[in-house]
Design a protein around this ligand. Structure first.
Ligand SMILES: NC(=O)c1ccc[n+]([C@@H]2O[C@H](COP(=O)([O-])OP(=O)(O)OC[C@H]3O[C@@H](n4cnc5c(N)ncnc54)[C@H](O)[C@@H]3O)[C@@H](O)[C@H]2O)c1
Length: 451
């Protein structure tokens, strides 16, 4: 007999939850549902990841193997590439990538493919939630029509008159706010914004998430939920651009931007610190704002803050390379032919994630200008071929006083906590520091160039 899944059903103690896309977002979510006592199936197209998960292994640095093993052993978690098993679940949460294509336009092929698999296996009363970051309108305009190819309906509706609208399945959007590696805020502590295509869909999704997070924040539509995520990321992107631009000015004026930010941060209201760096990185901040600028064009609307922030942030790796060239020039050396060591390829400290990392661009620019380049990163013993770069021939160079002394310049691109900055500055001939990682060093200041 078919399960009667009204919105209240999702308050139930033992649900079967399908997580589609077991990456940085999907895997922690899957483990959190397992921890809350639900049965979870992780769906992924990558057979290698699926077999690792079923063997209780982790492929993400900050997700402990023991946690996966525990839930695999207790049968609260398993993974599969068999999407017909979507029929078994009460709810399916979509956490697949939403990158930009070659023309820097939204690439929704992963979402479309997933929506097709969901549609082919959709059961009455199932709840589908899109979590992938995307432009406002995606859930209603793209996902809903694909799901309705199943022959089942989920009518759009808002307000009191749609309160009990009849629906064959439920559909909502709830943005993921995961910050990989953040030890202060885990998934359970981060409130979850939820918007349904109709009120019962919203209630079903709220009931489900209330079981794994401390606070659920309902909004009136999927568009509001989609836009909220973009506002959060655009806020970061614009403020980082602002502080990057002010850093360039401060460098010319001989003012220490980090000291300025520390001073401004003492204001107990109305200010939030953002820090300059070698450029934007990570899967979200450099990518997501452009989902909105693309959508805005449909409304003849220019998102000028996004474009300007993009321009400033994109220029930062070029600034770093210029600073390295100048620092070498001061020592009567040219960039061409100099031996350089770049510290940190991850996009931010203490993570094993190099997606959109500015280090990759800096490396490309240094190599193009004839530098003899090595890198070191404890999280990446070797590099592999990526969409835009091929560093598959490069291996992380050892960090010994002897090796450090052999380079003309050491460039700190990512300020991993494990680096001993005092020892690096002691041994290196010249250090270009893009993160102010050397802020506490009193010795060797004459060798250190902040940029
Ligand atoms: N990483 C973050 O910090 C973060 C934070 C918030 C939101 N997001 C958003 O979450 C979404 C997922 O990001 P992520 O970082 O987890 O990506 P990811 O690349 O780490 O993981 C995506 C997973 O989906 C799998 N996949 C690809 N196509 C699939 C398909 N058709 N069916 C099933 N699985 C498929 C991939 O094999 C991979 O395991 C994106 O929209 C991203 O913008 C990411």
């Amino acid at each position: 007999m078919a399960t009667d899944r009204r919105p209240e059903y999702f308050k139930g103690a033992q649900l079967k939850v399908g997580i589609i896309g077991c990456g940085y977002v999907g895997l922690p979510l899957a483990l959190r549902f397992a921890e809350a006592g639900h049965r979870v199936i992780g769906f992924d197209t990558d057979a290698g990841k699926v077999s690792k998960l079923n063997a209780g292994k982790s492929y993400i640095e900050h997700i402990p193997q023991t946690k996966i093993q525990q839930f695999v052993n207790s049968r609260h978690f398993s993974a599969t590439t068999d999407f017909t098993r979507l029929r078994e679940v009460d709810a399916m949460l979509i956490c697949v990538p939403t990158p930009l294509d070659e023309r820097r336009e939204p690439d929704l092929t992963y979402v479309e493919q997933t929506a097709r698999s969901a549609s082919e296996n959709l059961q009455k009363g199932q709840l589908v939630v899109l979590e992938s970051t995307t432009y406002p309108g995606t859930t209603e305009e793209l996902v809903l029509p694909i799901l309705e190819r199943s022959g089942m309906r989920c009518p759009l509706g808002r307000g009191p008159e749609a309160e009990n609208i009849l629906s064959d399945f439920w559909l909502a959007f709830s943005p993921e706010r995961e910050d990989p590696g953040n030890k202060q805020f885990g998934l359970a502590q981060i409130p979850k914004v939820v918007g349904g295509v109709n009120p019962p869909s919203g209630r079903a999704a709220q009931a489900l998430y209330a079981q794994i997070v401390g606070r659920v924040v309902p909004v009136s539509s999927t568009q509001a939920a989609e836009m909220a995520k973009l506002l959060e990321n655009i806020f970061r992107c614009v403020n980082i651009a602002l502080v990057n631009e002010l850093k360039l000015l401060c460098l010319r004026m001989g003012v220490d931007i980090w000291e300025v930010i520390d001073a401004a941060s003492t204001k107990p209201f109305g200010f939030m610190p953002f820090y300059p760096g070698p450029g934007l990185g990570g899967h979200c901040i450099p990518v997501d704002p452009f989902y909105l600028s693309w959508k805005a064009r449909e409304y003849d609307f220019a998102t000028r803050f996004i474009e300007l922030a993009g321009e400033v942030n994109t220029a930062m790796p070029y600034h770093v390379v210029e600073a390295v060239a100048q620092a070498l020039n001061q020592r009567e050396k040219s960039l061409k032919g100099s031996r350089l060591l770049l510290l940190g390829v991850a996009y931010k400290k203490d993570v094993d994630d190099l997606r959109e990392s500015p280090s990759l661009k800096i490396m490309q620019l240094l190599l193009e200008r004839g530098a003899l380049l090595d890198y070191n990163d404890p999280y990446f013993p070797q590099l592999h071929k990526m969409r835009h770069y091929d560093y598959s021939h490069m291996k992380s160079a050892p960090l010994t006083p002897h090796s450090l002394a052999s380079y003309d310049c050491v460039v700190i691109a990512t300020d991993h906590t494990s680096y001993d900055y005092a020892a690096i500055a002691d041994a290196a001939k010249l250090v270009v520091d893009t993160r102010n990682a050397t802020r506490r060093l009193l010795r060797n200041r004459e060798k250190i160039v902040l940029c």
